[in-house]
Design a protein around this ligand. Structure first.
Ligand code: AHR
Length: 501
């Protein structure tokens, strides 16, 4: 029997709730239809935001939402999205499907959405095609309480009080779609643009995020950090509070990424082993950051991650619409467990994307909505939000093919503010069950409860069968006289165990 050993007396740091963050871009049916249907829609809504989706996201405890992109961010001009809707500029979304963007969802609507969700706001500014003045005026528009041209314009558009901007990104993927820059060039632009993200609220509450690397581009991290550090060695905090990292799990080649639903065991292990690569990325980028920021005041913000497969057959290739199976659930499980274990450096993460795009937690079709396996993982893991990571060690076995191997079990453990312990486990084997004994340093366990997400590796939910895969109660465990827990962990599952204080 494999052991999971937990030292509940050793707290390793706070798991920021933002690790469970999400991302919504003007891409495909994410914003329009997925989140926003307009005030006059027959789909039930509050101020245009669809009620079914908002309720599901609140239940999942969404902590922070990033907007408006992605690549869209560096082409977005925020003034196009304010004022009377009929007067807003119409444009073509050149990046994503060449469809009409009528700007009916803009700053006011995004802030309304965050307010309905009860989550923090993460706005991504435009460096690629926008000016410093434009970015600085956006901050003034959103956050200044006094008399000024932009604050007055906000009032004229119906919003008296400023909003709270929690996170602000200075460009997106500026090594690629955000301007094809070198790290030295972007690093200097970052120094300049961030200067004008004024702290109008006077409490330093806007967390500034610098554009970080793509995947294993360590040169980008080194050079951007160096450029910022040269300028502000003594006071990096407040100058740069976060560095982003983007990493997508793509099982195939870029042109043929692989189907989201039609795959075999080889594809399963290929995908999971590529997802595991995030651990190396977080460790190595973190080590570079350590050189400049040994106290870890700058968060590594993995603000785009998730599975990227071929689009569903018959859908617009520019919309990035894909289904979501138990494979996505296990990718989410192992990734979130890794982020928890690196919570000293990973301060935020935003899976891409919230609805109808890439590894979504929700899919919609007109008035219908379904929750994906990934949704349930986020809901089962929500107890880790703002909890203390506990020291833990799992005895694992490598499984897979000759080419792709992964540890069979993924885990992380935390203690919440009430002293309850939360264990999240994933069995990465598509076919082998595993017996696990969970041992604690001192705690004698009595009150335990558990839920499970279980299905065949290709199982997914459809609009006709939306409850094929869902979180259920789990009872295949027993508490021993010594106070440990024996669990019969089924193959291909995600489990949440709660041990009451
Ligand atoms: O999430 C889709 C795209 O992937 C984003 O717009 C971009 O930032 C990344 O390349």
């Amino acid at each position: 029997m494999a052991k999971l050993i937990i030292n509940e007396n050793k707290k390793l740091g706070k798991i920021n709730e933002e690790i469970y963050g999400h991302f919504s871009e003007h891409l495909g049916r994410c914003i329009y239809e997925g989140l926003y249907v307009g005030e006059n829609s027959e789909i039930p809504n509050v101020n245009g935001m669809r009620t079914d989706v908002v309720e599901a996201l609140k239940d999942m405890k969404i902590p922070v939402l990033r907007w408006p992109g992605g690549c869209f961010a560096d082409e977005y001009h925020w003034k196009d999205g304010i004022g009377p809707k009929e007067d807003r500029k119409k444009m073509i979304n050149t990046h994503w499907g060449g469809v009409l963007e009528d700007n009916s969802f803009g700053t006011h609507e995004f802030m309304e959405l965050c307010q309905q969700l009860g989550c923090k706001s993460y706005i991504n500014g435009n460096v690629g095609s926008g000016t410093v003045q434009e970015m600085s005026e956006w901050i003034e528009y959103m956050t200044f309480d006094g008399v000024s041209p932009m604050a007055d314009l906000r009032r004229k558009n119906g919003r008296e009080k400023p909003w709270k901007v929690d996170y602000f990104g200075v460009g997106n993927e500026n090594w690629g779609c955000g301007g094809n820059m070198t790290p030295e060039y972007y690093g200097n632009l970052y120094r300049r643009y961030q200067t004008y993200i004024r702290d109008y609220a006077g409490d330093g509450s806007i967390t500034k995020i610098c554009c970080g690397p793509n995947s294993d581009d360590y040169h980008w991290t080194e050079k951007v950090m160096e450029t910022a550090f040269d300028h502000a060695p003594e006071h990096l905090h407040g100058f740069m509070d976060g560095l982003s990292l983007h990493y997508y799990t793509v099982p195939g080649a870029w042109e043929h990424k692989g189907s989201a639903t039609q795959f075999d065991e080889k594809d399963w292990f290929c995908t999971l082993s590529k997802a595991y690569h995030i651990e190396e990325l977080v460790t190595k980028h973190g080590a570079i950051m350590d050189k400049y920021d040994p106290d870890k005041t700058i968060g590594l913000m993995v603000d785009e991650w998730g599975c990227w497969f071929d689009v569903e057959p018959g859908t617009n290739p520019g919309f990035l619409y894909q289904q979501n199976t138990m494979r996505d659930a296990l990718v989410a499980c192992l990734t979130l467990n890794i982020f928890n274990k690196h919570c000293d450096r990973v301060k935020m993460a935003n899976i891409a994307q919230l609805v109808n795009v890439l590894q979504s937690v929700i899919l919609t079709e007109g008035a219908k909505m379904l929750l994906t396996p990934t949704y349930y993982v986020f809901r089962m893991f929500k107890y880790h939000q703002n909890a203390q990571l506990l020291e833990s060690y799992m005895e694992t076995t490598e499984i897979g093919t000759d080419e792709y191997q992964v540890p069979d079990i993924s885990e992380s453990v935390s203690m919440d503010a009430e002293g309850n312990i939360h264990i999240t486990l994933g069995n990465l084997s598509p076919s082998a069950d595993k017996n696990i004994e969970i041992q604690f340093s001192d705690r004698k366990v009595s009150n335990v409860s558990a839920t499970i997400l279980k299905g065949d590796m290709t199982a997914f939910n459809t609009f006709d069968q939306p409850e094929n895969v869902k979180e259920k109660g789990f009872t295949a465990y027993s508490v021993t006289d010594q106070g440990s827990i024996k669990v019969e962990l089924p193959s291909c599952c995600v489990l949440h165990l709660e041990i009451k204080a």
